[in-house]
Write a protein that binds this ligand. Structure first.
Ligand code: FES
Length: 217
């Protein structure tokens, strides 16, 4: 019993830590294999570096340009607005030529809430229609704060009673004086036979986001 213990105590540390023979052989083989593969790869890399053609200056420049180029958006064809956005005016008969015997005729356009005044001025004027191109129509609503104006055939001037703006009917209803800043809107007219049709409007009716909307009234 004591001899066995003594034998174990006499085993040197180097012998005790040496791996089993089979494992040791496997590691050596693996090491040799890895060494062989690494060496072969190094040789091939060296050969490749010696035989691969060097990039030309032009190729290098082209590669740099491709890498740094700023991408551009592909042009897209413009999409037309939907027809509903164009707010087409209605074509409405507002008078007959015979209604203008006195030179003045009251109507409404583009709806019954918008008073307009048709005039036969006696001289050709801006936007005039009819045989003498002297028939025009203007909104009767002041562009300052929306008061109804009155028309004087003698002076051919629209006058607003609220804050005294005046508009010249012979000059496209241009503002003469007063706090308003815009002409009276002019209605586009067409003559069809003996009838006069309203087909559009130049200028914005007071208080409306557009002439065909009543949302702000
Ligand atoms: S509303 Fe016509 S001048 Fe003020």
């Amino acid at each position: 019993m004591d001899d066995h213990v003594q034998d174990q105590d006499q085993v040197s540390p180097e012998v005790a830590t040496e791996p089993p023979p089979a494992a040791s052989m496997l590691n050596r083989r693996g090491f040799l294999k890895l060494s062989s593969v690494s060496s072969a790869a190094a040789v091939l890399a060296a050969c490749a570096s010696q035989t691969a053609p060097k990039p030309t200056v032009a190729a290098t420049a082209a590669a740099t340009a491709a890498a740094t180029a700023v991408p551009t958006a592909t042009p897209v064809a413009a999409v037309p607005r939907p027809a509903s956005d164009l707010l087409p005016y209605p074509r409405i008969k507002v008078a007959a030529l015979s209604d203008l015997g006195s030179g003045v005729f009251n109507a409404t356009y583009p709806d019954i809430h918008s008073q307009v005044v048709l005039l036969k001025l006696g001289t050709k004027t801006v936007g005039g229609v009819g045989p003498d191109q002297d028939i025009v129509a203007y909104s009767g609503i002041c562009t300052h704060m929306g008061c109804p104006t009155s028309y004087d055939p003698k002076t051919q001037i629209f006058a607003c009673p609220c804050h005294y703006s005046h508009f010249d009917a012979t000059a496209d209803a241009m503002l003469i004086n007063g706090p308003a800043t815009q002409h009276l809107p002019r209605i586009s007219l067409e003559v069809d036979g003996q009838d006069i049709y309203a087909v559009g409007m130049h200028g914005l009716l007071y208080g409306r986001p557009n002439n065909l909307s009543l949302t702000e009234l």
